[in-house]
Design a protein around this ligand. Structure first.
Ligand SMILES: Nc1ncnc2c1ncn2[C@@H]1O[C@H](COP(=O)(O)OP(=O)(O)OP(=O)(O)O)[C@@H](O)[C@H]1O
Length: 456
């Protein structure tokens, strides 16, 4: 099937039409071909509206020149052009290519309106390289599915309409039509794994198996199909093991699954919460912690992006805990909302008609906010006898990492309120009158665990 506006049209016709197509145009050979095909299609088809977009990473000295070249080429093609500049400096632990790709896709997503499609120019040989790279990383099915032809992207979609065509075909097309394109010198740098596979491995394989690009990309398609089925299963199993109120996984339900399904569910749960899947080693540690750890000890498994903790019958997924000074003492006027340090949310004192802290005391005393040091006691309103805070927290099922961060409100050095949950009896006003209630708005990772006043 020769490349032409018709092949592009046929490829795009496999999906519902988009109000607008954005052509991710690097200036390289592949996206140059895509640009020409789009320009041709736009000439013959009224309802194909497209704009080329080049992302300037600001990493190489030549980037400015490239951006200008891209603009000139688009003008010559009669295709509208947008230039986006990003700061693609890598974060610690990120490779420059990873940083550039992440910044690129992030900024491209901001262009998209609902239902728009971003077109990128990866082809069959890119797909074969991706599959080999994933195999060499020991990837599972999601990795071996390589690059899907279409995926959700921002409020729209990302489509790769050239995946059925090989590199040689694109080059022939470009040469025949005397297209001009930019050669990125880094494409020849064998220090990059992809380039090594492209220039050293695939040519050797092709000596024996000339259709290696096509066959490997076919394997990727099989994997993608199987992956879609598996993803649906993973969602169902995960749903059945979820505590929807807290977004936690129930350990007993997880452990009722076969070992492979447990891993599937963990990966699904972590991904659905917006985290990247941690290594297989981390997943094994999580399962080990779910299986073997003492449920009251709140064991944790941490990796760079997050941590999973078990408390009683549930697994909690949290972002890495930031620094927190539990020794801090914060003075509060008791009037204005108090923003707690270390991102620990906000405290509010609200007058209410009903049980609460005596307002006279609240107005005149010195109010401070502190954190648990151990040994604190409180007799919650409406209950008999004082209790250790530890006991109260345990009874209410509040996990230890929330206990540590629950603000304790003191009046003249004595405990009057525990977060937004308990008011201590000793400072209660007339329950039939107007009193003060405390509310704590914790940061998102602690919400759902700490907000609701206890019904115990
Ligand atoms: N700077 C950029 N601006 C816009 N789109 C880009 C940019 N770099 C890459 N892309 C898009 O992402 C796709 C994949 O990127 P990749 O880095 O593999 O390609 P490339 O080798 O830089 O460029 P090409 O595929 O155009 O030869 C490209 O085909 C292109 O559509």
């Amino acid at each position: 099937m020769n490349l032409s506006a018709d092949t592009l049209r046929a490829s795009l016709a496999r999906h519902p039409p988009s109000p607008h197509y954005w052509i991710a145009y690097s200036g390289g050979l592949d996206s140059r071909v895509l640009l020409r095909l789009c320009a041709e299609l736009a000439r013959v088809s009224q309802d194909f509206r497209c704009t080329a977009v080049h992302v300037h990473h600001g990493l190489q000295a030549a980037a400015e020149h490239w951006a200008e070249q891209c603009r000139t080429t688009c003008e010559a093609e009669g295709v509208a052009f947008r230039l986006l500049r990003v700061d693609a400096r890598p974060r610690p632990g990120q490779s420059p290519e990873e940083a550039a790709r992440a910044a690129r896709y992030q900024t491209l997503a901001t262009l998209m309106a609902t239902g728009d499609t971003l077109l990128t120019a990866q082809h069959r040989d890119d797909q074969a390289e991706t599959l080999l790279l994933q195999l060499l990383r020991g990837a599972g099915l999601p990795g071996l599915a390589a690059m899907p032809e279409r995926a959700a992207f921002g409020p729209g979609f990302l489509t790769r309409p050239l995946l059925d065509h090989g590199r040689a075909e694109l080059r022939d097309y470009a040469e025949k039509l005397e297209l001009d394109w930019l050669e990125d010198p880094s494409n020849r740098d064998l220090g990059y794994d992809r380039n090594f596979i492209r220039h050293r491995i695939l040519p050797v394989l092709a000596e024996r198996w000339p259709a290696v690009g096509a066959t490997l990309s076919r394997s990727a398609r099989h994997c993608a199909e199987a992956q879609a089925t598996l993803a649906a299963l993973a969602r169902d199993l995960c749903h059945a093991a979820l505590n929807p109120e807290r977004g936690t996984l129930c350990v007993d339900r997880l452990l009722a699954y076969a070992a492979a399904d447990r891993r599937l569910v963990l990966r699904e749960w972590i991904g659905a919460k917006g985290f990247r899947t941690p290594s297989a080693r981390v997943l094994e540690q999580v399962l080990d912690c779910a299986l073997n750890a003492h449920p009251e000890r709140s064991p944790a498994v941490r990796w760079r992006e997050g941590e999973i903790r078990r408390y009683r019958n549930e697994l909690y997924l949290l972002p890495p805990a930031g620094p927190f000074d539990s020794g801090t003492i914060i003075a509060w006027d008791g009037l204005a909302p108090l923003l707690l340090p270390d991102g620990n949310g906000e405290l509010i004192a609200r007058p209410i008609d009903g049980p609460g802290i005596a307002p006279g005391l609240w107005r005149t005393a010195a109010i401070t906010v502190r954190y648990r040091q151990g040994g604190e006691t409180c007799r919650p309103l409406g209950r008999t006898g004082s209790r250790d805070l530890k006991k109260l927290f345990q009874e209410a099922g509040i996990p230890p990492w929330v206990r540590e961060r629950t603000p304790l409100v003191y009046v003249d050095g004595r405990l009057v309120a525990v977060g937004g949950r308990w008011i201590c009896q000793a400072f209660a006003g007339d329950p039939a009158g107007r009193n003060i209630m405390i509310e704590w708005f914790p940061p998102p990772p602690l919400r759902a665990l700490s907000e609701n006043p206890a019904t115990d």
